[in-house]
Structure formats: structure tokens, C-alpha cells
Design a protein. Sequence first.
Length: 670
Amino acid sequence: MLRRARFSIRCLARLLATALGVAALLVRASHAADESPQANKAAPAIAHEAADPLDFQQARPLLEKHCFACHGDKKQEGGVNFSALSDVASILSQRALWHKAQAALAGEEMPPEPEKTGFSAADRARLTNWIENRVEKIDPASPIYLDPGPPLVRQFTRAEYERTMRELLRIDFDPASAAGIAEEQTATGYANLAGSQLITEPLMEKYFAAAEAALDYLFTADVKRSWRLKGARESLFAARPGAQLSAHAAAAQCLGPFLRRAYRRPLQEGELDRVLAIADRALQQGDSFDLAVRKAMKPVLVSPYFLYSLETDQRPPGSHEAYPITDHELAVRLSYFLWASMPDDALFTLADENVLSQPDVLRWQVQRMLADPKAYALTDYFGMQWLQLQRLHRALPSKDFFPALTGSLKNDMEQETRHFFDALRTKDHRVLDLLDANYTYANAELAQFYGLRLSPDKKPLGNDFEEVALRPEDHRGGLLAMSSILTLTSHTDRTKPTSRGKWILEVLLGTPPPPPPANVSQLTTPKGHAEPKTFREKLALHASEASCAACHKRIDPLGFALENYDAIGAWREQVAGAPVDNAGRLPGEEAFHGPDGLKRILHARQDQFVRNFTVQLLTYALGRNIEYYDEAAVAEIDQELARQDYRFSALVLGVVNSRPFRYRRNLGSP
């Protein structure tokens, strides 16, 4: 009997996994742009409403005549192939390349020998004008930028599943851990990106186990030990059968609200009836009312309508028209963006009244949700993934070389960064504080490690973290002065300037360098060369290799500017008895020294940092990578952010009000 029950559960798991797998394949098909090279991405149909929105025929003949010989199908100097750029997607996805081409045209570096092909001053002006007005200029009214992006079917992350189960069932219990559902492994990026999600058969079986464990807790745990559990049962069993109420009617009053909250939308015709049929059958077989309700709840908890965020097509099949999402869909997008969980009763009520999308109501709700402790999810699942802080616990520095690096100190390092990032939300700080700030968060142990001196009127720090005012001589302020970041980018026994510079380019500026060549050499001294006296000389010798030089010129100066911090972030003035060598010079820029000089460099690139932060938050909010058709939305968010003094709440509200967040197309639309 037990074997047969187990078999039926496995069969049902396979059937559901197959159905969910089909949905996941639709996700991947609709979001294939995330997994293919930029130059090969197909433009969405919405961009073709104009015959040639980029007027590319103005530029292509010039490129064919004067550029294809060196940058075409047969020859790609510098890895550039202009002949591969032929449609809206391939052209606009290569904005950085066009920017370089424009600079080369302005400096008369391209083409190198214009007389050979008859490249005239008029040709140069025509091509330059095309790049400026058709590629670099963003016209928000252009059909190119009205596409809200691919419609996605997003499945729960492990964290979203856990938090949603707790909210839905109103229990203080983690069914994901009970069923062994693992955390997603993400070296970079975010766990909620739809293009990388897929429910497998083993995961589906774990969802069955998790549902069973959660229901077992809800129905059988001792209510005397948990007031919350008692309230959960009372909330679920809003009615019971009696003289005036049939068991079927009572089950409808219990399961109707539960099903609506589970699916996070109004119920469609027949959905409640199908669930009630399970309860009715159980009652007919002699089960108690409670057990019948429990049996009816389990299929809901493994339904695609629960495990996925499914939105309804509002246009005829085949249409590629963009349209606003419904208020209920907006409530779901909002809650999983800010809380990583389901909407609460207030959001459901406003969605039922169709007023959530009204500007004043939406603004008030965003402010309310940011003030709620549940919005710490932004720090947990956005901030820490963006900053790659999960690497801290695998960081290489060893206690053998750095005795101060205790487990508690490493935890304090992480907590400083968490408190600092979350203060953007709780205190509505400026996002520019991430680059530099006159405050940080510390407890007694971390303050002692940093050598912070508190003002005389401030009581001594304890184990709890508090905001601490910084002075210039503290050599702290912003992410780059935090030991968490400095430690996760270090080696076992020394700093690692290349890793620190790469982290700045990748995380803060959004311009990650390409991976090193497969045959790149290690830091060894070639034969015939004198042994370098310093690590900087050794790295410079390595970076002089032709395959490495270009990237190291961008990376290493940034990392060496942080040499005043040792491998675990302690401040130092000397290394091996000599003054710290903290000088840097980026290509085409003046030299700078130390963390303060580096911060000046980053402030000069403030717009680049802000744009990248916007792109990162929008990526997390949408559950997909940002593409060329999102550029108008990014630019609009950044403009409003600047007008609002770069306050974090302005960034969040900008994301929520953006076209890709508020609009969609039909699933499977061309």
C-alpha cells in the first residue's frame, strides 16, 4: 500500500514536472536573448514597425566601402566585424563599439589610410552624424524603446519559496529546509533570473515533500507552543460544517480565500470547483473535515499557478502589442521585487479595487513596503548578490598569515556591509554613499580592528552594530574601504590587486574585463629576466605579455590604489619596511595615489556607476538581463534619480514606474 502510494506520488511528480518543464521551456525560448551573444540577438517585432528605425542604409554603404576590408567577414582586426551588424538588435547592442568608432573618426584614426578608398571629409561627417543621432541618441518615443522585453514565466527561487510558504500558511516553519531544497549557486548575477530557471523532476519531488512537511506542521504541531500557529489554523478554518452549513459550503469558505492567496490573483472559472472536488471525495471516503481540507490544499502547493508567477495574455494570439499589466500582476511584481514574497492583504485589497496602479497610491505603497522589515530582502537577495559577498566565506586569506582573522571578525565584516547597504533603504541615503561616505556601521570588535576612535560624547560600542561617524584619518568610508570587499578579493598570504581592480570594473562600473586567455602564464619570472624586487614589478612583467597588457592597464592601477589595505583590510603605511606603493594611472588619465585618489577617479565616473547600479536593480526587479530596448527606461530612471539627489527611494520608484516593469507582451509573441 505504501509502495503504491509512493509510486502514485512519483507519477504525479513526473506529470507535473513535465508540465512545468514545458512552461520553463517557454520561458527559455522567450528569453533566449539572455543566453546568446549580443551580436546574434534578434530584434523584437515591435522594433520593425518602422521600416528602418536606425536609417542604417545611410551608414552601411560607407562601412562596406571603407571598413569591411579590415573589419568584415574575411578579416576582423581587433575582433571587430562591422558586417555582422545588420539589424536593430545587433547594432544597438554594440553601443560601446560604435562609441570607439566615433572617437576614431573624430581623431582621424579610422580609416587609417582614407585616400586608398576615397574616404572624404563629407563621408566622415555623415558617418559621425549617423552614430551620434541614430545609435547613441536615445529617443524614448521611438518604437525601438517601447518594447517592454520578453514576457517571462518566473519560478520561485529557494528563498522566495520559503518566504511565500511562511506567508501563505502563516506558519513559523521552513519547509524548504525540511525537504532539502538547496540554495541556488550563483557566482555572479541573481538567483531570480528566469533564463536560468528550470524545475527538474528531483526538485518537483522536493516540492511535494516540502508541501507535505508544511501541511503536517500546520495541522499536527502543538498549538500551545506557538500563538502564530494557532492563529494560522483559525484563519484557515474560517468556517466549519454544522446545522446551518454543509461540509461542502464550509470547505468552500476555507479553501476559496486560501486558493486565491496561493495563486495571487482572482480565481478563474472552475478553479475552486476542482479543488473542492478533492475535499468532497475525501469526505465521502470518511475523512474528517480537517483532513479533507488538508488533502485539497496539497495539489495547490505544487501547482504551476503557485510555483510560477504566471501573467495573463490580454491581446489576441499573435499580437506583439505592449500593454500595462493588471493591478494584481503589479502587486505580485512589487512584492517579489521588494519583499521576495507574496503580496500582503493591503496590496491584494488595492489590486481588487483596481487602484494600485494609480500614481499616488503606487508611490505610497512603495514607501510603505520599503519601510517594512520584509524589505530587508533587498539587502539579502539583491545587495549581497550584486556585491558578491557570498565569496567572503570562501575567501582565501588564511589565519596562519593573518591571526586577527577570526570567525567572529569575518562575520563582523559581513555585517558592516549588510548594515551599510540596508541603510540605503531604512534611511533613504544617497546611492553615491556606496562610493564614499562619512559614516559606517561597526561594533566593538570591528571598531577595534579598524582603529576607529569614537567621539568623547558617544558611549562605547558593544556587540550590536551602530552607525559610526568617520574622520579622514580613519581611512574608511564606502564599499572599497570595507574589510569584507578587501578580504574577498585577496590571496592567501597577500593582497591581490588584479582581483580588486577586476571587482571594481565588474561590480561597481559594470564593465567586466574579458576572461584571461587559456594559455596565460602564472606569475613566474621568465628565463633571462632578473628576479623582480617587488610584487608590483612581478605583476608588471606578467602584464607585459601581449595577450594580457590591454586588460591589465585597466585593472591593475585600480587595485594598486588599495595597497594601503592588507589582505584582510587592515590599514598599513609600509610593506616589508618600505612605504606602500599605491600609485596608479589609467590609460589617458592623470596619475592618482591611494584610496582617496581612487575615489576621485570613481566620482569622475559617477554617471557610469549610477547607470550600472540602475541596471543591476532593474535586472533584479525584472528577473532578466537588460537589453538595448531598455536603454530609454534606464536613462529616464537615472535622470529622475539625479533630480532627487540620488536617494535610494527615488531609484526604487523609478524602477517600479519604468515601462519594462509596468508593461508586457503576450507570451510567445513574435
